[in-house]
Design a protein. Structure first.
Length: 511
């Protein structure tokens, strides 16, 4: 008895190949294949739009389409259907590219027996099903994580006001504004105030982390003098270290290049790392801050002579709410959020963070920041399904005197792959894409862009829809038609670039 029927669309323009494949599959003993066939790409797209298929067997060379574009057009319209590519050419590079872009398998005509073909069909369906289930599970986990972050942020925000009121009333009593106190009462109120301050700090850190995880952290990366910033920290922390008779050493080389970073977030990073070093270093210990140039990055080390961190704890130390039990640690507990926030801010600034530690000798936290380079090109990805509009934007950018690296695509689905590899600083996205809604692409791109702090500029001819997309995650909007200078002004603002102009007038405008 045969199993459930499997619907196949065979896209092949050679009648002999069609007959051969049908004969092979229709005589399979344990599987019931229902095979429909078409000989052109446009017919295949129409068939798939109207009928259901569990798998597509696709020849790359058709009368109306050839090569990789044949696969891209089918996959772009119907990414939910597994595709097995059939070809006469054994090209390993092409096979690798096809699988990378979403093909389930790649078979050469005339090679392999019927068993191999049947297995390929079954495995394609199973792999695609497993991939779909994984994607749905991942989507659900992301939704749950966003719900969790939103809940924590809202609860934390609601706690702040009553906590502030509690602290003010306790402070009024402690200052004896409403009557005299004895010494024991003063100590009790001092403890209440200290814990109010600790709770306020915890809530502030939770809200900071929620903003970062939601992609709402406001960073303005610009040219920064790291030497001056570190000298300021040395001056600010020296009196703090003197309370424990600690030595604070700053080691900065001459002519250190400028950094490209958001100064406020770097201040937060250093406050966390230096504050931890002070907290965990015993009396008469040493704190050392070093920096040096490493290629196109500046490396900052914050080293202490504290008790050290166990080797098996180093991997999880940057996770939220993780507190490592250092051996010299009674009274040195924190919120467990500082290092998580520091790591997120370092990555948003384009750097990375690490830790090295030896029990009994101390720890060294290191992070990097990009060197400021005015010649460093900004990366821009253009996503629009109208080729004329894409070419117009490319021309505007090419003839401007901005230093840019530009990539473009007519496919919203392809843009997700390109963005993951290209890591653009700015994504110019049309809100009305033919194959998939711009809102869906915006959501997916925004989830990716949190990894590298991309900006998203939405362009659309529907002026009314532009008022909604900023709430959905866009950083800026631009209505079509627009002038070259309108576009360049938006790009300059989003990328913090110096004012530039368009060097050559053009006739095309966005639709």
């Amino acid at each position: 008895m045969k199993s459930k029927r499997i619907n196949i669309l065979l896209v092949e323009d050679n009648p002999d190949e069609v007959v051969l494949i049908k004969e092979q599959l229709l005589h399979t003993k344990d599987t019931n294949f229902n095979i429909a066939s078409v000989g052109r790409l446009d017919a295949a797209l129409s068939w798939l739009a109207e009928s259901q298929a569990e798998v597509v067997m696709l020849d790359l060379i058709l009368p109306d389409s050839r090569g990789l574009e044949t696969f891209r057009k089918v996959y772009g319209r119907f990414p939910e259907i597994p595709i097995i590519v059939l070809t006469c050419v054994g090209d390993e590079a092409l096979a690798s590219q096809l699988v990378k872009e979403g093909a389930q398998d790649y078979l050469i005509k005339g090679q392999g027996d019927i068993g191999a073909l049947v297995h390929a069909l079954r495995y394609a369906i199973e792999r695609h099903s497993a991939k779909k289930n994984s994607q749905e599970a991942l989507k659900r986990l992301r939704e749950l994580n966003e719900t969790k972050s939103q809940f924590v942020a809202e609860v934390s925000h609601e706690i702040r006001t009553p906590l502030a009121i509690i602290r003010e009333f306790v402070s009024l009593v402690r200052d004896e504004t409403v009557g005299p106190l004895n010494e024991k009462q003063c100590k009790c109120l001092d403890a209440a105030l200290r814990n109010c301050d600790k709770l306020t700090d915890l809530i502030s850190r939770i809200l900071d982390l929620a903003r970062i995880e939601a992609g709402k952290a406001e960073l303005h990366r610009t040219k920064a003098d790291l030497t001056s910033l570190l000298m300021q920290f040395r001056n600010d922390f020296t009196p703090v270290c003197q309370t424990k008779k600690q030595t604070l050493v700053l080691d900065v080389p001459d002519n250190l290049p400028m950094a490209h970073c958001d100064v406020t977030s770097v201040h937060n990073i250093l406050t966390n790392l230096i504050g931890n070093a002070h907290k965990f270093t015993p009396e008469k210990g040493t704190l050392r801050i070093r920096t040096k140039e490493e290629g196109r990055f500046l490396r900052i080390d914050v080293e202490d002579t504290g008790p050290g961190i166990p080797r098996d704890s180093l991997e999880k130390i940057f996770e939220a709410f993780v507190q490592i039990d250092r051996k010299d640690g009674p009274g040195t507990k924190g919120t467990g959020l500082g290092l998580k926030i520091a790591k997120s801010l370092v990555e948003l600034n384009g750097g990375c963070i690490s830790v090295d530690s030896t029990i009994g000798k101390g720890s060294c936290f290191s992070f990097t920041l990009p060197v400021y380079d005015k010649e460093l090109p900004s990366r821009i990805l253009i996503v629009d399904d109208e080729e004329l509009v894409v070419r117009m934007i490319e021309k505007v950018l090419r003839y401007s005197d901005l230093k840019l690296e530009v990539k473009s695509t007519l496919s919203g689905l392809d843009s997700l792959i390109i963005a993951g590899e290209f890591k653009p600083n700015l994504i110019i996205l049309d809100m009305h894409l033919a194959e998939v809604g711009g809102e869906q692409v915006l959501l997916s791109l925004r989830q990716q862009s949190r990894q590298h702090n991309s900006k998203v500029l939405i362009i659309s001819g529907d002026v009314h829809s532009l008022t909604e997309v900023v709430r959905d995650g866009a950083d800026e909007v631009l209505a079509k038609p627009f002038t070259p200078n309108d576009l360049l002004d938006k790009i300059r603002i989003l990328l913090n670039l110096e004012p530039k102009t368009y060097l050559e007038p053009i006739e095309e405008k966005g639709r």
